[in-house]
Ligand binder design. Sequence first.
Ligand SMILES: Cc1cc2nc3c(=O)[nH]c(=O)nc-3n(C[C@H](O)[C@H](O)[C@H](O)COP(=O)(O)OP(=O)(O)OC[C@H]3O[C@@H](n4cnc5c(N)ncnc54)[C@H](O)[C@@H]3O)c2cc1C
Length: 407
Amino acid sequence: MSMFDISERAEKYRAQLLEFMDSHVYPAEAVYDEQMRAAGDPHFQPPILEELKAEAQRRGLWNLFHPYPEWGPGLTNLEYAPLAEIMGRSHLAPEACNCNAPDTGNMEVFTLFGTHEHKDKYLKPLLAGTIRSAFAMTEPAVASSDATNVELSMVRDGDEYVLNGRKWFASNALHPNCTVLIVMGKTDPDAAPHRQQSMMVVPIDAPGVTVMRGLPVFGYQDREGHAEIDFQNVRVPLKDVLKGEGEGFAISQARLGPGRIHHCMRAIGMAERALELMCRRASTRITFGKPIAANANIQDWIAEARIDIEMIRLLTLKAAYLMDTVGNKEARTEIAAIKVAAPNIALKIVDRAIQVHGGAGVTDDFPLAMAWAHLRTLRLADGPDEVHKRTLARQELRKYRDVKADN
Ligand SMILES: Cc1cc2nc3c(=O)[nH]c(=O)nc-3n(C[C@H](O)[C@H](O)[C@H](O)COP(=O)(O)OP(=O)(O)OC[C@H]3O[C@@H](n4cnc5c(N)ncnc54)[C@H](O)[C@@H]3O)c2cc1C
């Protein structure tokens, strides 16, 4: 089988997912908007989403992301890629199919590093879609794109650790069903730089945890919320340290690889939807006696969008293939490359689709403005562009370490 063949089981899921999108997800978008408006609470969990979840589960379009067969369908990254792309076309589909960030990454962490108790208490209800979770690494006080800076203190006191510090941008922490946080902090400031951090499991209602506020994103209060959270003398039993003291950095590397490529797959889906909307609009609106699509510059945008989408899809599939065949660590250069390329290219396409829509493009009558805001955050979330480029450049420059100057 070549890298480009889609397996029989992935093809089956793909056809079912496309049907589910047409019959249920796209028609639900307007209902969702209406229910959210009526609720007047940005973090409300609308009934339509619970209906979609039930329908997706009934159809077996559930937890498709999970790579371990005892917990999900056990698809490879290459098999999951076209499915995540389809889900990326609507902001409702990832949660409807229980494949949304950051729960997917947290479920993988609980699968790999959680105790039996963590699996019973958190992993099983997360997989059932009945609770949600957040991942708290970033801090307002330090430049967190260098994770070694993270400084929330975790001080051992007998059979417990005591946590003090401040986090922000913990996505999902304002979801009404969020019950648990995975928190990264510093257990040993004197250890080697990548052994100072640990990750702990903290119930969101633990004494001393205060969710301060939801951070807006370009003025949007996302439904799941990006929370600023204060930790004051929060006591965490030893059993809730994931994998052991000093393992925080290693866990974050394991967690962020798949999470990053999933974002890219969904970004491609957003770009495809934007291109479709751009073509429809440009074909039907008339200016100066001809359809907008008849202008050479618009055709140039459309052609470039098609070329760019094909390029990022191929790079994403290559990264997925390498993750499956040589492992997430060995695939890190390709993951870094696509994490830069996919959001930037999708942003360019969405921006042009907005332009072609005129004023309508920036309203919420079309999904473009919200897609733009979301994609723009992906140039920061899970590592800013510059940090991934640093990884790439260092890898490239390593080849020239022993080069001598010409004289
Ligand atoms: C919508 C959204 C959701 C998020 N969700 C989560 C979440 O769930 N959990 C979580 O823990 N965090 C989350 N984040 C936080 C995100 O991961 C961080 O914002 C990101 O890692 C950058 O860290 P920082 O904000 O501290 O920026 P800083 O570390 O202060 O960096 C600022 C800027 O400096 C530049 N820079 C940094 N290093 C270099 C370099 N070597 N060379 C050149 N330029 C450089 C980059 O442009 C960078 O954007 C989210 C962010 C957003 C916007």
